[in-house]
Design a protein around this ligand. Structure first.
Ligand code: SIN
Length: 354
């Protein structure tokens, strides 16, 4: 496998004339690992495989028709199982995306990623990439060695979307199982199905099939170039933000330990409309009084979390996450704190906007 940092240029292949190749969009594929780059000892094994062991050159070679949709260049940025995604790798990836998109030799980017934290990486980039060129994440639920592996078609579709003019200005997209989702809306909703990504409440933005791309709606909230967030503002280190959950019998132990450890923000995966067990809520109120940013989200999986009025959120200094799940709310809270938004009023404005 290519070592991280390796670049490859996949020459337009002999199915194309040089003139048709020169009119194709130029798409950079950045590989980070995941099941799409996974391999198992046999083709019927889709659970006991190793993620991130197949290099980007091999992934591209498995899809010869890529040469009919784009001039592809590729880089192995990392080779990780995305459960092990790090903040340092996020920064490396975001900077590489920004550098490539600033060049006039790249029209769009595809990032191959593990499915497990794809929605977090996608939203981070949606908020921090500084270009309106398409950035499309894709992945696979079955390793590359599997019968009916889904990675090759997902990769072809992602490159097709990244090279399509309609994808410009829509922020970061996820192309998966023929659907195109906004990074803000999309979540993983199945542990095994190839249709593992959905956009609850909102629905997909559109679809891609057999080279055709169709958007049914456009992204409304500001993103990429229209946000104040930048990966460069993270210079001194990411603000420490953790996630805790509310559930029957929950106690304040976790909140108190995290506050003692110095967290700057806590996202709570609450019940229902972000409601919180009384013991946890008291601890969170104490934390807010010490200046820790508290964001209420929901563990439900769809819907949004509304502010609950003067007697509660206003009095306690809590912020609500709207339709963002806890993991995405954490991404936004980290970027907002890094950008200097620290009061509940300023943070609520951020959550209501992005
Ligand atoms: C990962 O997230 O890297 C492994 C799981 C997957 O890609 O489906």
């Amino acid at each position: 496998m290519a070592a991280p940092g390796t670049s490859l240029t996949i020459a337009a292949m002999n199915t194309l004339t040089s003139s048709s190749a020169s009119t194709l969009p130029r798409v950079a594929v950045l590989a980070t690992g995941g099941t799409i780059a996974g391999a198992a000892p046999d083709a019927t094994n889709t659970s006991g495989y190793q993620a991130g062991v197949v290099g980007v050159g091999q992934l591209l070679a498995a899809v010869p028709s890529l040469a009919t949709v784009a001039n592809v260049q590729a880089e192995q940025v990392a080779s990780v199982d995305s459960k092990d995604m790090t903040l340092a790798l996020w920064a490396t990836l975001a900077r590489r995306v920004n550098d490539l998109l600033a060049s006039d030799t790249v029209d769009g980017i595809v990032i191959t990623h593990g499915t497990d934290t794809l929605e977090e990486t996608a939203y981070l980039l949606h908020l921090s990439v500084k270009s309106d060129k398409p950035v499309v994440l894709t992945a696979a639920m079955r390793p590359s060695s599997a019968l009916s592996a889904d990675g090759p078609l997902n990769l072809l579709n992602a490159v097709t979307v990244a090279g399509n003019a309609q994808a410009k200005g829509q922020g970061v997209l996820v192309a998966f199982n023929n659907r195109i989702h906004s990074a803000r809306d999309v979540v993983k909703t199945s542990t095994y199905a190839v249709d593992a990504f959905q956009s609850p409440e909102m629905g997909a933005l559109g679809w891609v099939q057999d080279g055709r791309v169709e958007f049914q709606r456009r992204v409304v909230r500001p993103h990429t170039t229209a946000t104040p967030f930048s990966i460069d503002s993270i210079g001194a280190g990411w603000p420490a933000v953790d996630i805790i959950a509310s559930y029957a019998g929950a106690s304040r132990i976790a909140v108190d330990a995290l506050v003692a450890a110095g967290v700057r923000g806590l996202v709570v995966a609450g019940t229902g409309n972000g409601s919180i067990h009384a013991s946890v809520q008291t601890a969170l109120a104490d934390a807010a009084a010490k200046g820790v940013a508290i964001v209420r989200s929901s563990r439900v999986g769809s819907g949004h979390v509304m502010r609950n009025g003067a007697a509660s959120d206003d009095a306690l200094g809590f912020v609500t996450a709207g339709a963002l799940n806890p993991y995405k709310a954490r991404v936004l809270l980290m970027l907002a704190l890094a950008a200097g938004h620290t009061t509940p009023v300023a943070l609520q404005q951020v959550f209501d906007t992005y």
